[in-house]
Write a protein that binds this ligand. Sequence first.
Ligand SMILES: Cc1cc2nc3c(=O)[nH]c(=O)nc-3n(C[C@H](O)[C@H](O)[C@H](O)COP(=O)(O)O)c2cc1C
Length: 469
Amino acid sequence: MGSFRNDSNNKKPGRITEKIRNKAFGLTNKDNRFLEWIYKKQIHKSKTYKKFVLPTQLEISSRIYREEREKLIRENKNYERAKEIGDRRLTETHPLFYDFDIPENIGTTVNFYDKKIEYKTVLSLASFEDDLGVIDVWASEGINRTLKTAMLNDRPGNDPVRIADLEKAYNTIEFPENFDEIYKTHGLINAMGLPGEAAHKIRENLSETEFWKDKDNRMTLSIGGESIDGYLEVFKTIYYENYYSPQAKLIGPKLDDAALKKAQYVDFVDFELNVSCPNTRTGTAACDKNLSGKYENFEELLLGIRKITGADSPPVYIKLSPDFEDGKILELVRIIQKYKMGVVLGNTQSAERSELSTKTGGLSGPGLNKRMLELVKLVHENYENVPIKACGGISTAYDVLTALNAGADTAQMAYGVIEDPYQSIAMTNLELSSFCKKNDCSSLDDFRSKSYNERTEMINKYSFSQNNW
Ligand SMILES: Cc1cc2nc3c(=O)[nH]c(=O)nc-3n(C[C@H](O)[C@H](O)[C@H](O)COP(=O)(O)O)c2cc1C
């Protein structure tokens, strides 16, 4: 994975001037000298660099990123603004850190019913970011891309304040017993309400980016809706590649049968149906029982998707809520299996927070980890062949491995990337890679093919160095 920019102005790291350093990085003199030494020596592409220097460089960048962000939150008390500035800063500073190849031994193969889907890395972003530039920067650190949930029309989302840091709010949340205190102050509660551009604009922007053409790494596109028809309309808009051919443009999203037959899907994309957003009026309505106590809307939605794609389709995953009771989860997964789909376990968890305009939102971060593991185990034990993406409180290699051990095929992260993109992506990859090497696993498939007891022993014996909190 060489360059991260989509345009030809990609600035390769070279000499760093005093001005750029101070403006963009705010490094200490010691850090400056260290980085200057790296680039003067031009060793940043060597194996030695990767082994010894990369972790140190990550440490520095990560510290700067966090200090800056924390300062903004403390001084401005505005989490959203802090994130915005953090994102800009990330894209500005990133040329220094552009060469994070995905280690060769952290890929995995997912048996998606009759198909085998290859992932170069087991790790994907969770759906939360709509800025393609920022997503691209993260991807260049070695993570599969996922876009924020697309909705049919432009949406402003909820009124501010719509993101709050978790600190001091933890007494409103039920944490498991013996839960490490420090985790209770890490996380955030969002009540964004799915703001963003309409699906057709997202698809158009996407088709113009370089990474749409980079079919090497898998990407996930998240679909949202206010009604069953709404979901299906967004799905069609995002799904059909030839929507942008001159002919399809004339037809628009309402494709007739002939066009449907001709329509192709791009084969490096997973689709994800977000039926678990706690922040919209109809967030989880597709998963409600009807009056006769059946999940007919849910079934209608999945059937509708399969009518569009046919049975032999790209992977489609359904993202469920950790707020659903176990019985409901199992009932929904039974339907998911019937339509040969996978499941994302799970989304944010409902939580109260007085300063949010909506007063309630969804919790992200380490506080979700225990419920996520419970759900992964539950579904894997009952529906062994249903592909699972684990999501919720995953920020380190340890979190990824314990999720795989519980039965997940791959893992996603949101809060970890927001909190500390350098540590959470590149360090997780490095640590996963070292773990595989130490245990003579040529890939994470090797790890996954062992028995539960063997895997647990490997995890318990390994001394993890990564600590994000
Ligand atoms: C600011 C923010 C926006 C989010 N937006 C979406 C979204 O558009 N669609 C979605 O399915 N999940 C969304 N999520 C939920 C995340 O994808 C993820 O399920 C959740 O944060 C739990 O993972 P984590 O503990 O790694 O953060 C959002 C989370 C955050 C923090």
